[in-house]
Ligand binder design. Sequence first.
Ligand code: NAD
Length: 444
Amino acid sequence: MSDRYQSFTQSAVGRMLVKNLGLPSPASLERYAEGDPLVRGTVLVGGRGRLAESLPGILASLDIESADATAEGASYKGLVFDATGLTDSGELVALQEFFTPVLRALDSCPRLIVVGTPPEAVTGAERVAQRALEGFTRSLGKEIGRGGTVQLVYVAEGAEAAATSTLAFLLSTKSAYVNGQVVRIGVHGATTAEPVEDWAWPLAGKVALVTGASRGIGEQIARVLHRDGATVVGVDVPQAAADLQRVTGELDGDWLTLDITAKDAPQRIAAHLKDNHGGVDIVVHNAGITRDKKLANMTDERFASVIGVNLTAPERITAELLTQQVINPNGRIVGVASIAGIAGNVGQTNYAASKAGVIGLVDSLADQLTDGITINAVAPGFIITQMTAAVPFMTREVGARLNTMAQGGLPIDVAETIAWYANPASTAVNGNVVRVCGQMILGA
Ligand code: NAD
């Protein structure tokens, strides 16, 4: 499932055609491999605000080298600008003053972050200025190129120390296919974070339930959560038992075969987790199906089955695990939505409704959860899997290129985003929907 167009653009003939015909030229994205440092290079920190003082300490705690002033001839792997001190629109020029001089001194796949105050938490001119940061970051995300990413992190007052796991993710190669996103920290629920002893092994001792774990994105989620230290309990339909056992066997994990839409599925999952693991720390609702047809040709069965698997099952399982208190304190619930749930898609009224509903589940629970339990969702764009490999060539090519990175993402990109939510230090990361789409133009 390689990207044949991207390989072609890296050949001698391909490079010539790309240049002469103005074709998209996808950058080679740097991705995290076990044992890598989070950042290979220096992160330049600037701005004046609530985080300016704590940022160097946060980066040092992650073994990330930082600088607070530019040096002659230096190049940077990351830039972090604290914009929480901007209280009116006239001060926005500080963004340009910080970024413009260093944009030509960036290493490959640079990571840029603007930190702001959630606009909804402030009023008047400050609210205007903070809201303006969104347009700035999304545009710079489209300009940056060379596999670079630009994100906006809104940190609520009092949640400054809870930003560590988010900075670790967004500055590292783990966020290779996440671009132009807005993350909120400390806006829903907790403003504090649990400490992490070993950032290479943050999920040590945790139990993670992953539905649809036998292949595709679910398999990769299981692998990444295991890499980070978790014991994985994979769930899939009985027909996928052999693959599920292979995947969870390789990860020294556990498995349970059932159809998540079965009436007793929530109770069986709850009982399995309680009896065999004493509870669960991370719940990833990944299992999903498509049954595409335009609404005029849609049957009841096609419509209902997609809503049933993608939305009603995660709702019922979540409710049961919460009611029976199977989810441990500081637990994590993660939904897998889709760009289709944000932008809509022809032939996908059922699928898009189910995925928008997953976002609704995040919205409905984020303020209700207690004990440091969080709920967030990922919204993948075009991810290269067996499913998308079956899409006709031209449709696939167009789908994969309609984003700033001019390429499809990989299952690992979705998995890394989920691992960030799952991190015990992400207690204040609650109620977010982050797109893993290379900043796809659809629904942007
Ligand atoms: P996939 O079809 O390869 O895997 C889905 C898994 O879910 C399979 O193992 C399947 O057996 C399992 N499953 C389906 N129905 C089930 C049920 N009733 N009970 C238990 N298990 C069930 O799909 P994928 O591409 O890996 O997608 C994973 C998730 O990501 C889905 O929720 C999908 O909607 C979402 N997503 C995928 C893409 C993409 O580009 N591939 C984009 C956006 C969102």
